[in-house]
Design a binder for this molecule. Structure first.
Ligand code: IVH
Length: 668
């Protein structure tokens, strides 16, 4: 046998063993034998670089190359599901389906709702060609390289099976409880921040820029939706069975049922039994099985009518409140935190929970020693949801009082009108506020200075090297090398990544400034509208309010921020170090006046971009997006399913209807 043939054979064999092990959980050979085969293949591949293949089993170990992710537009938008938490609504959904199908018989597929992050896998001629995250549903990140390291995702499908030449399969990427706990144990030892739940861990891992890290973290994937021309069956259930034959991991809990009672039985069973599953689930998904019936039921703007998610109530536990401490955040907001006897909740041990604000504490008339109920809902941070008043006895401690002064700097707290939170107003010298602002400034979505972390910031802060983010650009090598055992090499790395941050685009700089209420999205919108910090800082309230998506609260906050001389000085210092204070030529070139002075109505459902993106495109090209059709409307940008009333009105007024493709040509 020549090397080429042997490589082929080893690859096929390893794909098969991989499937036996990771999908079926039934290995035929020992780990040792597997490793031997793998080593053989690695050796052969090393000798024949011309025969390299990204889908070879050897590629599952990932690479150390760092890179940003490409954005990819989904072949078909990734919709989400309508949610419900109660049975009555499940019944109502069932009855709507019955009615929608005019009394036809139908079957329903019941599946687990896996709590990870959704992924779209694209196969051509039996090979994985692309893996894309959900993103905003219209486009997501190309994470193919990372996904290749997930052992239960087949890279090459068995020859001769009945899969179409090209198809898409969607599912959920998960971090099994076991991997999650092991990962957090390691992180605790390394004093790294822990992941709050497996979903966050899976998401953080999948977005890692280093696929070798992904490979180590042991992710898993369950697939639940097959799409494309020429998929084998006219039934969802049968299509997933087919996918299972091709080597995909399908949730083995899937059942096809005929009555509402059976749906309820399924829900009851899995509500408790799901605790024994190896991965996190947060509900049940119900889908009409027949694809013909699915088509006839159709979609609403956001989700299919043929499916619904029944979500389990968050798990609730009771424990004893021992102490309330107060945390000061980056904005100066003071959050009360309950410290409790440890309690097991949805797979993790919980000791602390948020108490939100003063009103919340008052509402429960909370006392130290109270028996409290804790829940971990959709949020990462557990919260107290109730107090057991009947459990109160003699030994009850004092009533919980909200503090009057900042626990960090001693300044008297203030409560602004209409707000529930207390703030420490000392934003010029309260340590957690200053540190928080620097941490925000360097964070990934802001200036992305990733060689610095909270501990280093705290250390520099304590030593008086930095007090505000602009100080970062003044750090000298001699101040930081040797500190905290830091080697010269890491000092160089830090200085380099600070220097590199001067290339971060203006919209992210604007976000990094930490102006209250100016989040990522608002910063983007503002940067694109005003194009430079000088135009933004001198904009009147009226001008600010003209920007789509900018309301009174944000506008006011921007004005207040720029009026403060300290902030003006801060901006000038950043500018002097070369930080971007305007859109670059490149970004400017994405703008035009093509739609100058035009009022455009958006209607219907779109395939290439989301509504918000079309809104942004209209603005970027000088147009204005308006809500309703009038004689002043220039044209209507119409997707699928534009409402009949709108269409009629447009025709009456003689307003042009432009479809998606025509529109994209217009602004090309
Ligand atoms: S079907 C059009 N099935 O839940 C139907 N989704 O809001 C597409 N999910 O984004 C989804 N388990 O990430 C489907 N068995 C399952 C699921 C599932 C989890 C997630 C998925 C989706 C979200 C729906």
């Amino acid at each position: 046998m020549d090397d080429n043939a042997q490589i082929e054979q080893l690859r096929a064999e390893l794909h098969r063993h991989n499937y036996n092990y990771y999908v079926l959980n039934q290995p035929e050979i020992s780990d040792f034998e597997f490793d031997q085969l793998m080593r053989q293949l690695q050796d052969l591949e090393a000798r024949h670089p011309e025969l390299a293949d990204p889908n070879s089993p050897t590629q599952r170990v990932g690479s150390d190359l760092n890179h940003e992710f490409q954005q990819v537009v989904h072949l078909r938008p990734m919709l989400s599901l309508a949610n419900t938490y109660n049975r009555q609504e499940v019944r109502e959904w069932y009855e709507r389906v019955e009615e929608g199908l005019s009394g036809q018989k139908f079957q329903v597929c019941c599946e687990m709702k896996f709590d990870g992050l959704s992924i779209s896998l694209h196969y051509k001629k039996g090979r994985l060609v692309q893996a894309v995250t959900r993103g905003d549903g219209v486009q997501g990140d190309d994470v193919t390289e990372n996904v290749r390291t997930i052992r239960s995702i087949p890279l090459v499908l068995p020859e001769g099976a009945d899969y179409p030449d090209e198809f898409e399969i969607r599912g959920e990427i998960l971090m099994p409880w076991e991997s999650f706990e092991a990962l957090n144990r390691e992180r605790a030892e390394a004093e790294e921040p822990l992941f709050a739940n497996p979903r966050n861990a899976a998401s953080g891992t999948l977005k890692s820029k280093n696929s070798a890290v992904v490979a180590q973290r042991r992710l898993d994937a369950y697939l639940y939706y097959l799409l494309g021309e020429g998929i084998p069956g006219e039934s969802h259930y049968e299509n997933l069975q087919a996918a299972s034959r091709w080597g995909f991991k399908i949730g083995p809990q899937m059942r096809r049922v005929e009555t509402l009672q059976e749906i309820y039985d399924y829900i009851d069973y899995w509500d408790t039994e799901r605790r024994n599953l190896p991965v996190a689930t947060d509900g049940i998904v119900l889908k009409v099985d027949s694809l013909a019936q699915q088509r006839s039921l159709g979609m609403t703007a956001k989700s299919p009518r043929w499916a619904i998610a029944y979500k389990f109530m968050a798990e609730r536990q009771s424990t004893t409140l021992r102490e309330v401490t107060f945390q000061v955040g980056r904005t100066g907001a003071v959050t009360p935190v309950a410290n409790m006897d440890p309690v097991q909740l949805s797979g993790t041990v919980v000791r602390r929970a948020t108490l939100n604000n003063e009103d919340f504490i008052r509402k429960f008339d909370l006392h130290i020693g109270d028996r409290v109920f804790v829940e971990k809902g959709g949020e990462i941070i557990p919260k107290i949801v109730d107090v057991d008043l009947d459990a109160r006895d003699e030994g009850l401690g004092p009533c919980v009082e909200f503090i009057t002064h900042c626990p960090e700097c001693g300044t008297a707290l203030v409560r602004y009108e209409g707000e529930a939170a207390y703030y420490c107003p000392n934003d010029t010298s309260c340590p957690p506020q200053l540190k928080g602002r620097i941490e925000h400034f360097i964070s990934r979505k802001a200036m992305n200075i990733d060689s610095l972390g909270p501990e280093t910031i705290a250390e520099y802060f304590r030593r008086g090297i930095i007090r505000d983010p602009a100080d970062l650009y003044e750090i000298r090598r001699d101040q930081i090398s040797g500190a905290r055992g830091q080697k010269d090499k890491s000092a160089s790395k830090i200085l380099q990544s600070i220097q590199q941050s001067t290339g971060v685009p203006f919209e992210r700089v604007l976000y990094a400034l930490g102006i209250r209420f100016v989040g990522e999205t608002a910063a983007k919108t503002l940067a694109r509208y005003f194009k430079s910090i000088d135009r933004l800082s001198t904009a009147s309230l009226e001008e600010l309010l003209q920007v789509n998506g900018i309301g009174a609260v944000i506008a006011q906050s921007i004005q207040t921020w720029f009026q403060n001389p300290q902030n003006q000085w801060f901006v000038e210092r950043l500018r002097s170090y070369g930080v971007q204070m305007e859109l670059s030529e490149d970004e400017l070139s994405q703008h035009s006046d093509t739609l100058q002075g035009q009022s455009i109505v958006i209607s219907g459902v779109f395939a290439h971009h989301s509504r918000d993106e079309y809104k942004a495109l209209i603005e970027r090209h000088g147009g204005k997006n308006v809500g309703s059709i009038s004689a002043k409307t220039s044209f209507i940008l119409a997707g699928e399913n534009m409402g009949p009333a709108k269409l009629e009105k447009a025709q009456k007024l003689g307003i042009r209807v432009v479809n998606e493709d025509e529109f994209l040509k217009m602004i090309e």
